[in-house]
Design a protein around this ligand. Structure first.
Ligand code: GLC
Length: 490
């Protein structure tokens, strides 16, 4: 679309002069509800730190702090060929990765398959069959007529799973809108391996990993200052390396206290009790109407899956509870469809470069069949900014909490996920929040910087499989289920 109005800077105050008083009052109310000031951020982080600790304790807490059995960082000299499977929300990706002789280098071949929406609420059998179809297709097209020896697979399963071993993972509960019966409470590796065996595919699961752990390891492969791996996407979460001696729930295993092990925090579950998070009425509705009420409180305020829905609920509130205030005389039935708007819509609104917000106008017409007035467009823009800003500022709390908990004053944080890579201003807003929380002096350089990560569920998964085989060879058998089985991959 060609814009006629003059362009304005991406983040601007908007022209309030022409907005009617009653709408201005609503904007002000939204500002009050969605703004998270420094004091609140700090309060959130303090509680976050104690919740991280609690998750590592024997009693446990809301945040699972799952032990991943990824024991230490790569040194850049890992080698071999691995398969990686990433079961994401939108796509299923299969990769073959060869970690080459050159330090921190790799070759990658990959195929993406669409993850059908119905699968997310289908049966467990359909899920495993679909995954096996994709793996089979990949092997057939990349290794046609070849005799392939058994390939180690790094399976990125980005949901909370407790692991007694690295090739094991009991799904605690589905997150991110998945709701497949018969998987929660069970180890997800055996059904996958069973179906691979049935189809005669030369693949064995060497490691089950979380996307955050993959991100941490892949990022550290090329930048040794990377100490935290984060995802700001459909869901939110982070992983970091902890000393075994600081994990009370592992004490019974008598492992060396100075051994490193990656912890998948699963901190989307932070503050499920609603003690410090500044929830609005829209956050309560999202929770109430979600497949898992009472869970993933932090994620529901910050992750890509929910941002568009928060926005839709806020508009609906104006429509229903302030009759005549917005979208007068228009058919607003589209706006009543739950989850109609995803976070890319908010991103597009925030990115509209035109003074008259003509791209936003066009977007609302196309998606909601609503013709907004200039004043309504200003309100919509401000609402998107408020929701996006709140998400970025709260997201920074998880990173700050890990830094505080571990006493890490400076580090790089590898981040991935659609919100981090595509949502405008997310990085700057998060960085600003970190400055406020960690009290850096105004001229001081940022000591903790959140930067783009390496490919966690591809290269990261391969590296974790490689690290696992390497330590099996070296005799470090912590978290190894079946030594004979693992040895078939050496
Ligand atoms: C959800 C999942 C978690 C994942 C995150 C980002 O929080 O439970 O495992 O890391 O989303 O994808």
């Amino acid at each position: 679309m060609v814009g006629l109005g003059p362009k304005h800077p991406p983040s601007r105050k908007g022209s309030v002069a022409d907005i009617p008083q009653d709408l201005l009052k609503q904007i002000k109310d939204f500002e009050d509800e969605f703004t998270v000031n420094s004091a609140t951020l700090k309060k959130v982080v303090d509680h976050f730190v104690s919740e991280l600790e609690k998750g590592l304790s024997v009693e446990g807490g809301n945040i699972p702090m799952n032990v991943t059995w990824v024991m230490g960082f790569p040194d850049g000299h890992e080698q071999g060929t691995f398969l990686a499977l990433d079961m994401g929300g939108t796509n299923l990706r299969v990769c073959e990765i060869t970690l080459t002789e050159e330090k921190s280098a790799f070759d990658i071949t990959q195929s993406k398959y669409r993850m059908p929406e119905e699968l997310k609420t289908g049966t467990a059998e359909e899920l495993w069959e679909y995954i096996a179809d994709c793996l089979e297709q990949f092997i057939n097209s990349h290794h046609e007529n070849e005799k392939v020896s058994k390939l180690p697979l790094g399976f990125t399963f980005s949901y909370p799973a407790t692991q007694d071993y690295i090739d094991h993972g009991v799904l605690q509960r589905w997150t991110k809108g998945f709701d497949i019966d018969g998987v929660e409470g069970k180890d997800v590796v055996p059904p996958l391996e069973e179906i691979l065996k049935k189809r005669g595919l030369p693949i064995k699961v060497a490691a089950l990993i979380n996307d955050t752990t993959g991100t941490l390891i892949a990022s550290a492969y090329t930048d040794t200052a990377m100490k935290i791996g984060c995802i700001f996407g459909t869901g939110v979460n982070a992983a970091y390396m902890e000393k075994v001696g600081r994990i009370p729930k592992l004490a019974h295993m008598n492992l060396p206290a100075d051994m490193d092990v990656a912890i998948n925090c699963e901190y989307g579950a932070f503050d499920n009790e609603h003690i410090v998070l500044p929830l609005t009425k829209y956050d309560h509705i999202i929770d109430r109407d979600s497949p898992r009420p009472g869970q993933q409180a932090f994620e529901k305020m910050t992750a890509g899956l929910y941002l568009g829905e928060i926005f839709r609920l806020a508009l609906l509130d104006l429509l229903d509870n302030h009759p005549g205030l917005i979208f007068n005389g228009q058919d607003t039935s589209e706006l009543r469809k739950p989850y109609l708007l995803d976070s890319s819509v908010l991103a597009a609104i925030e990115e509209d470069p035109y003074e008259n917000l003509e791209e936003t106008e066009e977007l609302l017409e196309r998606l909601l069949k609503i013709k907004a007035t200039p004043a309504e467009l200003e309100m919509v823009r401000r609402l998107a900014e408020l929701i996006g800003t709140r998400a970025a500022r709260l997201s920074a709390c998880g990173v700050a909490a890990i830094c505080k908990k571990t006493g890490m004053e400076s580090c790089h944080v590898g981040a991935d996920g659609s919100v981090f890579t595509k949502y405008p201003h997310f990085k700057e807003r998060g960085a600003q929040a970190l400055r406020e929380i960690l009290d850096w002096a105004p001229q001081e350089q940022d000591k903790v910087s959140i930067m783009a990560a390496e490919d966690g569920s591809g290269v990261g998964a391969a590296l974790i499989a490689a690290l696992t085989l390497k330590r099996v060879k070296a005799g470090n058998l912590a978290g190894i289920r079946n030594l004979a089985d693992m040895k078939t991959l050496l």
